[in-house]
Design a binder for this molecule. Structure first.
Ligand SMILES: NC(=O)c1ccc[n+]([C@@H]2O[C@H](COP(=O)([O-])OP(=O)(O)OC[C@H]3O[C@@H](n4cnc5c(N)ncnc54)[C@H](O)[C@@H]3O)[C@@H](O)[C@H]2O)c1
Length: 422
């Protein structure tokens, strides 16, 4: 169930159908292509993840969602212009069969958008009830459900009193509290219905005590926010490498040009602020300037996103990194990533849906609320209160795979390796 059926969502759905029809491969998806090593290096046991844990099969996935534009998924995919027209034609009837339900939307939270496929209600509580009715109707035609927000980035909001408990939040829904954004209403509806929720955008949404309470109460797993796709993905690969070698960083300037609807929304300063916070936080957590003041205390970190229509979904992300080595001698690294935003995001969205569905069915995981083992996919992973997030991509991968080993009763891999020399 997808609130926001734009570029990422249509690329996900079209991609799953193309894979099911055997006309493309699920490149970039750990659940579909990844393996997990079991036992010793000498055991030669490395099953595919999808054969090791009981994930839902692609053939069994169904899609629905909400959008403020009433276009069916073929029309929406054509507008997004991520996939080739010829490829879309091969799956056209399937995509035309999926039409978004009217959305819960308020332009106050996404200034650059205006659509007419929108629910009306006497207050936010009424809108939440309408979403719950949509979910209940979908429950009648499917066995299990997961909700993944692929909607636009909302304006920057901070947690307030209304987000602190279920009682306060429900009162806020009744009173149309301005601090309750549409994405929170979707999350509330999903968690009340006992279905897992993932947030592809950097909005606050589930990063709130009320949602954590609901998640645990209803065994509906939640996890981080903002898909870690292009520039931040590179950052969380490079920064740990500098730290591993004790190389200093004095500056990191990141800029992007992109021309899709996401870029247009992020051109609004209030939505950009939400994204900026999410993109900025990773370096501090990885480099730990408090532990390594000589190396990282004075780092100047800047992130820019510029809306540039000619590029469409094909973003260009530049990074200029000023590092320094032995005796403080400076060096520079330039990264120019000509990526395709939704091509990177779609497999992440797929994996999250499959892993959250697995978590909801796994006794060791489903009452935890936050699924920290899915940090791998996020710019802003969620953690228990007071715990700092793990951003290093390879530690995140180890955490994810060890969690799979753990739930299947296999021994964890520590990479100690002394046993090979007994
Ligand atoms: N593609 C990436 O690499 C990437 C990475 C990280 C995060 N994201 C985030 O994922 C989200 C989706 O990106 P996209 O490129 O598909 O954007 P998009 O603009 O193509 O699609 C977003 C869709 O959400 C809809 N929408 C907005 N508010 C809604 C609401 N309240 N209810 C229902 N629908 C609503 C819009 O009408 C639009 O169709 C964005 O927030 C983006 O920042 C994308």
């Amino acid at each position: 169930m997808i609130p926001g059926m734009g570029a990422v969502a249509t690329t996900l759905v079209a991609g799953v159908e193309a894979v099911r029809k055997g006309i493309a491969k699920p490149i970039g998806s750990l659940t579909q292509m990844g393996t997990v090593r079991l036992g010793k290096r000498t055991d030669a046991r490395s099953p595919l993840i999808k054969d090791f844990v009981p994930l839902a099969k692609l053939d069994n996935l169904c899609f629905t969602g909400w959008d403020i534009f009433a276009d069916n998924m073929f029309e929406a995919a054509s507008t997004a212009r991520v996939l080739d027209r010829d490829q879309l034609e091969t799956i056209r009837p399937f995509l035309e069969g999926i039409r978004p339900m009217p959305a819960v939307f308020d332009q106050y939270y996404v200034k650059r958008l205006n659509g007419s496929n929108v629910k009306k209600g006497k207050n936010k509580r009424d809108l939440a009830e309408q979403l719950r009715a949509d979910i209940q109707a979908y429950k009648k035609v499917t066995q299990r459900q997961v909700m993944i927000w692929c909607g636009s980035t909302e304006i920057f909001l901070k947690p307030t009193a209304v987000h602190q408990s279920i009682t306060a939040f429900e009162k806020g829904l009744e009173e149309n509290d301005i601090n309750i954004a549409p994405s929170m209403i979707y999350a509330y509806a999903a968690l009340q219905e006992g279905i897992p929720f993932a947030n592809g955008a950097p909005n606050l949404t589930v990063d709130l005590p009320v949602m954590q309470e609901l998640s645990r109460k209803n065994n509906a797993p939640i996890t981080g926010k903002d898909f870690k796709t292009g520039q931040t993905f590179m950052k969380t690969v490079l920064a740990p490498a500098f730290k591993a070698r004790m190389l200093g960083v004095s500056g990191w300037y990141s800029t992007n040009i992109l021309g899709n609807r996401d870029g247009e929304v992020l051109d609004d300063p209030e939505s950009f602020k939400t994204k900026e916070e999410s993109k900025l936080s990773v370096l501090d957590f990885i480099l730990q300037p408090d532990l390594y003041p000589d190396l990282y205390k004075d780092i100047y970190h800047k992130v820019r996103i510029n809306y540039y229509p000619p590029r469409g979904d094909n973003k260009e992300g530049w990074d200029n990194i000023d590092i320094f080595g032995w005796l403080g001698y400076p060096m520079q690294i330039k990264v120019d990533f000509l990526c395709r935003d939704s091509i990177l995001a779609a497999p992440i969205a797929l994996d999250l849906v499959l892993f959250l569905d697995l978590a909801a069915r796994t006794p060791e995981l489903n009452d935890l609320g936050i699924q920290e083992w899915l940090s791998f996919y996020w710019k802003s992973p969620m953690t228990a209160p007071g715990l700092y997030p793990e951003h290093d991509l390879f530690i995140q991968l180890m955490k994810l795979k060890n969690t799979l080993r753990h739930i299947k009763g296999e021994s964890l891999i520590t990479h100690l390796g002394l046993e090979y020399y007994d």
